[in-house]
Design a protein around this ligand. Structure first.
Ligand code: PEP
Length: 249
């Protein structure tokens, strides 16, 4: 059984006043049957951990450096995130791949560092619109899985997030058949690489314009174990019905 995960990525949004959204989530879901994760900006991470202290709601980083420490101005290492109370970190988000030129090798290094620090790495993969239109989606996904995932993982320290780049923040969502095709493909690849145990126990999230209105149908798709949600995770009023839909699925 894979425990479902509703993950919110606040990106570069949120001031200390936004912590009330976490308070509201905790109140609305006092004893959830699923895992809930919020990845706030680094400036709010410690305060978010305190806000969620008496709840199972987990707090995560949005990125980490591949090294433990050193001369890397502006970067944050995985041990620093762990020390601040994070339990997850997103790596390889398409905005990092695009804005910072991160490659599959970079992402694999970050995922390794996250796991070594005791964090669960949420590894993001996904095709661009051009790649989908050229019917290259599965080839791209296979390449990203091969390149971005470490060889040694457990079912606990890795989560895969399938996020078609063209669906992130655009309001465009693939068809349920397209989502199912990619998630089933990812599952097959995970089993082939890591064996039945880890391959079948690793959670695969869908991400890209998940909203209260489309969450339930997406969560009914095979091998969708939850969602990575950007815009609709910023307000508890939007994220809460997504959490409820995942609990009901
Ligand atoms: C994301 O940031 O990972 C994401 C999926 O964003 P949105 O839900 O806004 O499309």
């Amino acid at each position: 059984m894979r425990r479902k995960l509703a993950a919110g990525n606040w990106k570069m949004n949120g001031l200390s006043s936004s912590l009330t959204e976490i308070e509201a989530l905790v109140k609305a879901h006092p004893d959830p049957d699923i895992d809930i994760l919020i990845c706030p900006p680094a400036t709010l991470l410690s305060a978010a951990v305190v806000t969620a202290a008496d709840h199972t709601l987990a707090i995560g980083g949005q990125d980490c450096h591949a090294h433990e420490d050193g001369a890397h101005t502006g970067d944050i290492s995985a041990p620093m995130l762990k020390d601040a109370g994070a339990s997850y970190v997103i790596v390889g988000h398409s905005e990092r791949r695009t804005d910072h030129g991160e490659t599959d090798d970079d992402v694999r290094g970050k995922a390794r560092a996250a796991m070594a620090a005791g964090l669960t790495a949420v590894i993001c993969i996904g095709e661009t619109l051009e790649e989908r239109e050229a019917a290259n989606t599965l080839e791209i996904i296979a390449g990203q899985l091969a390149g971005s995932l470490p060889d040694i993982v457990t079912a606990v320290n890795m989560v895969i997030a399938y996020e078609p780049v063209w669906a992130i923040g655009t309001g465009k969502v693939p068809t349920l058949e397209q989502i199912g095709e990619v998630h089933d493909f990812i599952r097959t690849k995970l089993v082939a690489r890591y064996g039945d145990g880890v391959g079948n126990s690793t959670r695969i999230l869908y991400g890209g314009s998940v909203k209260p209105g489309n969450a339930a149908e997406i969560f009914a798709v095979s091998n969708v174990d939850g969602a990575l949600v950007g815009g609709a995770s910023l307000k508890a009023a939007d994220f809460s019905p997504i959490i409820a839909a995942l609990e009901a699925s």
